[in-house]
Design a protein around this ligand. Structure first.
Ligand SMILES: [Zn+2]
Length: 92
């Protein structure tokens, strides 16, 4: 596994920050299949770990899903009330 130097990683993150735009709240937020809360957020994958993204997560606009996406298996939504994660039924 290649290990990037810290300076490389920071340069990489700085490049990505320039193209980041704040997410808009999705029009329809599905209710959690477990607790029925609608306090859920779309899971975003591959976002840089930067203050902007953490702030969006705090505001409930997104949920940071990490870098690893498994096509067909990775969940689309995260319930902020109970932590349940599930896939969009429309995409199954
Ligand atoms: Zn829930």
């Amino acid at each position: 596994m290649a290990v990037l130097r810290l300076s490389d990683r920071m340069a990489e993150a700085a490049e990505m920050i320039e193209v980041l735009t704040p997410p808009t709240r999705p029009r329809s937020i599905p209710a959690c299949p477990r607790c029925l809360s609608v306090d859920s957020a779309p899971i975003e994958y591959g976002l840089p770990f930067v203050p902007e993204c953490l702030e969006w997560e705090r505001q409930g606009l997104i949920w940071i899903g990490g870098c690893v996406v498994t096509p067909g298996l990775s969940p689309d939504w995260h319930c902020r009330a109970c932590g349940c994660e599930w896939r969009d039924s429309a995409r199954q």
